[in-house]
Design a protein around this ligand. Structure first.
Ligand SMILES: Nc1ncnc2c1ncn2[C@@H]1O[C@H](COP(=O)(O)OP(=O)(O)O)[C@@H](O)[C@H]1O
Ligand SMILES: [Mg+2]
Length: 441
């Protein structure tokens, strides 16, 4: 069991805030973020106390001249490296960016040209590690990505011109998006092209806060599989990494965009309200010491919005999850910033249950091998000190042979299956290269 980790990041004052001669009211020291209410300060200075919150990380990105300034690279080194580590160990991982419009969610997740954020850095790191590992040992890798957005409670496939798709539920695998494009990627430049395509398909609209801010949730997912046949013992793990840029957390009335926008705001905010409800329910559950655990699933309202339904594993389930709450440093955003800090404070209490996603037959092979080792030890002991009679020796031997035959068969099946996948991969890669004119035949 691990808690969701929470980071808070404050951006520099923007032009609008500077034009309004805004005061900086957010301060960070170590893991602590403090906020003061300038209005209080003006009316009664003696009673002003900052409100302070402690998180796993408090990132001061407000001024690059400060000694404690946190760059895009530092955020990646702290959080992105862990996500890569998790993926290579076979865990699911998730990073959610939460905060009001214009606070730096997209900057943190995607970033700007020349100053890229977590998603490009994680993808680049993934491929540099794959290259390194494939040279060092005989591990094979399979990586595919998808990119979708949820806009007005509809899923749009960003890698397929924003086509609307339906969410369905698989009896074992859980919720999934039917027909979602999940192209396989062989290099970071493959991912770059897809990101560019996807970003171009996002719904954008103007709000009072940020001219080209996105009004949808965007989920970029990496599906990562690795397999290795090491000393006859196969290993195969899969990992899903969700990188999520949530819609602005401000209430509908804060984004002054007219009646159409208000109507839109109602459905945009529905998923955020549900996300809040899910987080509250999960936080309550873990704070009650797990006494409500038995009823788990029955009262967490995952199904009330597409966002929470698709991210079910990431919130309270099988995933190592991080939330980055982004905030403005300015007094004009005091109310929104305080509400983000409180929200982030609650998220710290969510407990997840990540497990290594090991292939089913690989797991059986590993367990059988353990049993074989035990049986062998038993036999050896039996022939040495003879605590077991000859009849028992025969039955143990039979069991041993049965297990060995089963291991052999399963390993063969797994190896065939894996070779077949590799062949398909190789031929599709060759076809792709041929079509791009790279391969001369
Ligand atoms: N930490 C930061 N350092 C520098 N600029 C930032 C930072 N965070 C955000 N910005 C800038 O502020 C603006 C709004 O950020 P953006 O990420 O688009 O907000 P959001 O996605 O939360 O609506 C963008 O122009 C972005 O480049
Ligand atoms: Mg954005």
């Amino acid at each position: 069991m691990v808690c969701v980790r929470v980071a808070v990041r404050v951006r520099p004052l923007n032009k609008r805030e500077k034009d309004l001669s805004s005061k900086v009211i957010v301060h960070m020291e170590g893991k602590t973020t403090s906020i003061i209410n300038v209005k209080d300060a003006l009316t009664n200075s003696s009673e002003v106390k900052p409100k302070s919150f402690t998180y796993d990380f408090s990132y001061d990105s407000s001024n690059d001249e400060k000694p404690n300034f946190v760059s895009q690279d530092k955020v990646f080194t702290d959080l992105g490296h862990d996500v890569l580590e998790d993926a290579f160990e076979g865990y699911n991982a998730c990073i959610l960016a939460y905060g009001q419009t214009g606070s730096g969610k997209s900057y943190t997740m995607m970033g700007n040209a020349g100053d890229v954020g977590l998603i490009p850095r994680i993808c680049e790191g993934l491929f540099s590690r794959i290259t390194h590992l494939s040279q060092a040992d005989h591990t094979s890798f399979h990586t595919a990505v998808s990119y979708l957005e949820i806009y007005k409670e509809r899923v749009r496939d960003l890698l397929s011109e924003g086509r609307c798709l339906r969410v369905r539920e698989h009896p074992v695998e859980g919720p999934y998006v039917e027909g979602l494009s999940t192209p396989q990627v062989h290099s970071y430049s493959d991912v770059e092209k897809l990101m560019e395509k996807g970003n171009g398909s996002r719904v954008t609209a103007s709000t009072a806060m940020n001219d080209t801010s996105s009004r949808s949730h965007a989920i970029f997912t990496i599906n990562f599989r690795q397999a290795q046949l090491d000393a006859e013992q196969p290993s195969e793990t899969t990992s899903k990494v969700h990188l999520v840029d949530l819609v602005g957390s401000e209430r509908a009335d804060a984004a002054r965009g007219g009646w159409m926008r208000l109507k839109e705001g109602a459905s945009i905010n529905k998923s955020l309200v549900v996300l809040g409800n899910v987080i509250s329910a999960l936080a309550d559950m873990s704070m009650s010491g797990g006494s409500k655990m038995k009823k788990k699933g029955s009262f967490i309202p995952y199904r009330d919005s597409l966002l929470t339904w698709l991210l079910k594993d990431s919130l309270g389930g099988n995933s190592k999850t991080i939330m980055i709450a982004t905030i403005s440093p300015a007094n004009v955003n005091y109310t929104e910033t305080l509400s983000t800090l409180r929200y982030a404070n609650r998220v710290k209490n969510i407990v997840n249950q990540p497990t290594v996603n090991e292939d089913g037959s690989v797991k059986i092979i590993r367990e059988l091998r353990e049993e074989i080792a035990n049986l062998k030890a038993l036999l050896e002991k039996g022939t040495r000190v003879s605590p077991v009679g000859p009849k028992q020796v025969v039955s143990v031997e039979e069991k041993l042979h049965r297990n060995e035959a089963r291991v052999l068969q399963l390993t063969q099946e797994w190896t065939n299956k894996w070779r077949e996948t590799q062949n398909i991969l190789r031929s599709s890669l060759a076809a792709q290269e041929r079509s791009q004119g790279r391969l001369r035949l």
